[in-house]
Ligand binder design. Structure first.
Ligand code: FAD
Length: 501
């Protein structure tokens, strides 16, 4: 049975022209192609975009492919570099580092997880870390990069990649893409949101007096949360009790060395510092907790640690960690910072923007916005946010650092129940409570658990059915072959230069 034509959504209005606004516009334009549905994006000339958000995770590649955007062109236009994972330094213990890789590690051996075989190897004195077996990490350590031919699998095939890019250039690129695909672009400040007597959004009044009508509205106004919070009164569920950092200082510097194919995250006394390499510059930032560190001290920490000349003035950004109570409410969907923010440690916000819009497209409503559809969408998004929150908390709560009140505070801080349960199960025999909606796979959890010094008491007893000596030989050969394959690759920077011509 068809939806009666009168009820079909005929016009979407997106408010906000940052990463969230333009990804929403691009995805809707692609999904609604040939349906006759109109899309208008309104962006204020007076309110700047947040201007950070330059590291992504591998789902970005699927999205660009979905949009049929040529990757080569995108890399050129956005000054993008490749990202194989994140190097975490000084998080568990000062002077030590670990990797969180993209892609998977090993494969099943004798039908049991690679991780469990590695656990036995480790418990019997094996020297290599779990992530040493990751092709992404092997490439990252040597500043190498390559994209394999999917039709010719080899020992690097388990690696995947994402991009570091210039957020401003991405918004510009997506503006061109979206307007070429029929999105109307209006530069004006929204002064007022007008509601129907059922509490739905009917229209927006702009500061030039014009009124924009729509059937469905997407709030991409960032921290302003103009529609979802100011007009519809949907609160933010504050998660600072779990994720207490609330400020960042960001600055761009010139590149002095070859740019690496990974993001760096370096823990400091009151938070952590990022380094995101692009083709033409490096993005740097210090994320900290204002309860323990004032802005001037944070600025000094950042300036003392960056290399290369500063290309911009250091800029303080305030934020509150949390999630919107209801990300979809009536005929309004919150996307991007208006829907919540979980701090940038694992570069998850852009992927949540994309997931939020893609899932919405998959449950496209009519004008009445059926409540059961909304409830199910919100239920699934809540789970996704909670899984990411738990993963982020893991990076802090197991640190052995005691060199500041910030790190001491983690010693007796309550962690989410879901994470406590996960840790309790893992600490027995290395099993994980898996959640299909978790953005992070078991291999991601294993990497961070190992990096943060969390080991199970024992391994899966079925591992004893395999011949331990053969497995050890296999591990030695695996690592030596991986090393040889990586040595043959070109450097990351040469690879990028070849792609960009
Ligand atoms: P914004 O960029 O703030 O855009 C808001 C838009 O709304 C602007 O166009 C503005 O003009 C418009 N607007 C506001 N009010 C009005 C009005 N009244 N009328 C009309 N328009 C209006 N994410 C990642 O995935 N990876 C990262 O590495 C990463 N790092 C981050 C580091 C920090 C310190 C922070 C704070 C965030 C980081 N993020 C990261 C998150 C990422 O920056 C955001 O998710 C992303 O930029 C989306 O922002 P946005 O589009 O929601 O908001």
């Amino acid at each position: 049975m068809n939806i009666p034509d009168d009820n079909k959504i005929k016009k979407f209005v997106i408010v906000g022209g940052g990463t969230a606004g333009w990804f929403s516009a691009a995805i809707l334009a692609r999904a609604l192609l040939n349906t006759g549905c109109k899309i208008e994006l309104v962006e204020s000339p007076n309110v700047q975009t947040i201007g950070v958000g330059e590291a992504t995770i591998p789902s970005i590649i699927d999205t660009l492919n979905y949009l049929k955007i040529p990757l080569q062109e995108f890399i050129k236009e956005t000054n993008a570099t490749f990202k194989l994972g994140i190097k975490f330094t000084d998080w568990h213990t000062i002077g030590e580092h670990y990797w969180h890789q993209f892609g998977y590690v090993g494969g099943k051996i004798d039908n049991r997880p690679f991780y469990q075989h590695w656990l036995k190897y480790k418990m019997f004195g094996g020297k290599n870390k779990y992530t040493d077996f990751s092709p992404s990490v092997a490439m990252a350590k040597k500043n190498k990069f390559h994209i394999g031919d999917p039709n010719k699998p080899n020992n690097l095939t388990a690696s995947t990649y994402a991009f570091h890019f210039d957020a401003g250039l991405v918004a510009e690129y997506l503006t061109g893409y979206s307007t070429n695909n029929g999105v109307m672009h209006t530069k004006a400040h929204v002064r007022q949101t007008n509601l129907t007597n059922k509490g739905f959004i009917e229209s927006l009044t702009l500061d030039n007096g014009k009124v924009i009508q729509g059937d469905f509205f997407i709030d991409c106004t960032g921290q302003q949360a103009l529609l979802i919070e100011k007009a519809l009164k949907v609160d933010l569920e504050n998660w600072q009790e779990f994720l207490p950092v609330d400020r960042a200082i960001a600055v761009q510097t010139e590149n002095l060395q070859d740019y690496p194919p990974y993001t760096e995250s370096i823990a400091h006394k009151h938070g952590w510092r990022w380094k995101i390499p692009l083709q033409n510059r490096t993005g740097n930032g210090y994320v900290y907790c204002s309860e323990y560190c004032d802005d001037e001290t944070a600025k000094q920490v950042l300036q003392d640690n960056i290399v290369g000349e500063m290309l911009t003035e250091p800029r303080v950004i305030k934020f509150t960690t949390g999630k919107r109570d209801k990300i979809w409410f009536k005929n309004c969907l919150a996307v991007g910072l208006s829907s919540g923010f979980l701090e940038p440690l694992e570069s998850t916000s852009i992927s949540l923007i994309i997931k939020g819009v893609m899932d919405f497209v998959d449950s496209l409503p009519d004008k009445n916005c059926n409540q059961a559809t909304i409830d199910e969408y919100n239920r699934l998004m809540d789970i996704e946010y909670e899984c990411i929150r738990d993963f982020l908390v893991l990076h802090y709560c197991q640190s052995s650092r005691t060199d500041s009140n910030f790190w001491l505070m983690w010693k007796d801080r309550q962690i989410p129940d879901t994470l406590s349960k996960k840790l309790a199960l893992f600490q027995e025999q290395g099993r994980l409570i898996e959640n299909q909606l978790d953005l992070f796979t078991s291999d991601s959890w294993y990497a961070v658990l190992e990096g943060m010094g969390v080991f199970p008491k024992s391994y899966d007893p079925l591992i004893d059915a395999s011949n331990f000596s053969s497995i050890n030989d296999y591990f030695v050969k695996y690592l030596s072959d991986l090393d040889k394959s990586v040595d043959l690759l070109m450097s990351h920077e040469s690879f990028v230069k070849r792609v960009t011509g």
